[in-house]
Design a binder for this molecule. Sequence first.
Ligand SMILES: Cc1ncc(COP(=O)(O)O)c(C=O)c1O
Length: 481
Amino acid sequence: MNNAHPVIGWEKELPVPDQYQFNDYLSVRDGRLYFEDLDLAGIFLEDTHAKQLGRALPSPLEIVYLPLIENRISAMRRIFAEAIEHVGYGGQFFYTYASKANAAEEIIRTTLKSGAHHEMSSTVDVDIAKIMIDRGLLSADRYIICNGFKATRTLYADNILQLKELHDKLVPVIEDLGEITFLMESGKQFDVGLRQKSYGHHNSTEEMDHANSRFGLDLESMWKAADYISAAPNLKLTLYHAMVGSQILSSEDFVRWLTPGMETYARLKQRHPDLHIFDFGGGMPVPMTLDFDFDYAAFTRALLTAMQEICDRYGVPVPDIMGEFGRYTTSEHGAHLFKIVTVKDNNSKLPWYIIDGSIMSSFPDSWALSEHFIVLPLNHLDKPFQQVQLGGITCDSDDVYPPKPSHSPLYLPVETEDLYIGFFSIGAYQEMLGGVKGSKHCVLPEAFELIIDRDNDNSYQFEILQGQTPADVLRNLGYRV
Ligand SMILES: Cc1ncc(COP(=O)(O)O)c(C=O)c1O
């Protein structure tokens, strides 16, 4: 990152110039912020989209912009196809969606329609896969990768055995030695993966072995597991899994930390010829702020070149490459829009702009991990700006943005009459961590949701999901209303 602080929005007192492009999907037209061709303020104010929708929608509002998911998936598949061609790589690429980032129906439906394979981590994930198989969206040609702990006789382990009846291309990834037993005893023919203990920034297998991580197997256990699998008549070792972290912004580091895993893959391949997939897990970085700088093509070429070199050295063919893309797939399609309901100076160092919702329960990573997200006004972009701080409408002193202890300045228009703002790149993990429905901090009802897609003519299609009513919240809490 070149900047001393993450860039979360406009950083000047001057108005934003017309046609200004904040990134590849957010731009300014006539003082309004557009999400591709969608005039965001026009959803609330009695003009453009409000007319199309038949009414102005209430704020706060969650935006689910499905075309961006398709766009990101096809972009990454293109990057890998070009890199494979460029370095003369002898294997394929499998784009897999890590459903833990966002398991909403419209998201899973869109990733599958866009051709992604599917990764999961719990028993309800298996139920989701069954629904998608039933609907013909999770077709027989797609891999289903089962990560996560799946001890014998747990709901997840039993559900995986049932799923195998419906879908053959299923690869449980062994997280712990004990997990081999239920697969072996099932008598069903299974392709199996092994996850090496790799989470963290390690330069050697020895360092990986000593990491304080609950995920995956140390090297000795990997060899043992591989031998058990080879000895079982119904199991075949086909996939190696290593994940080294999340949001690693240097291609060089990312590839370097994956290198001990690539070596382990090559050594395993020498003894276990059915092995053919190297799964580097998740962690592909994604722009959650405006200063993002990561060259996906350079990373991909470096990864494939390193793999070629290592496999050459060990005298084995290169593997197919799989990535489990969670944040990358779903971060940018999600936005959460609010109205500024009060402006208060309160003798504070910067004026407080109060939104009609909660920052901490809508974006838990901002509150818990000081994570930054993009924040921009939806209207009045052609007017002067001032530095401000945002407060949620809860009574909690931590419900603020920029997150504590950030040094990123936040500028919003001085004009606050009917001012709307948006948090952007919040589509991965935030909703799943904050929970869907239920009852939230300070009993704030959940926002309405607007699901946006494009039809074959590229025109917008809208679906409105109702937010919670006060009665919904009260009923959740046991009040008989
Ligand atoms: C095994 C596994 N795969 C994939 C992912 C997705 O990671 P990301 O959202 O960084 O792509 C995770 C995230 O925790 C994970 O644990």
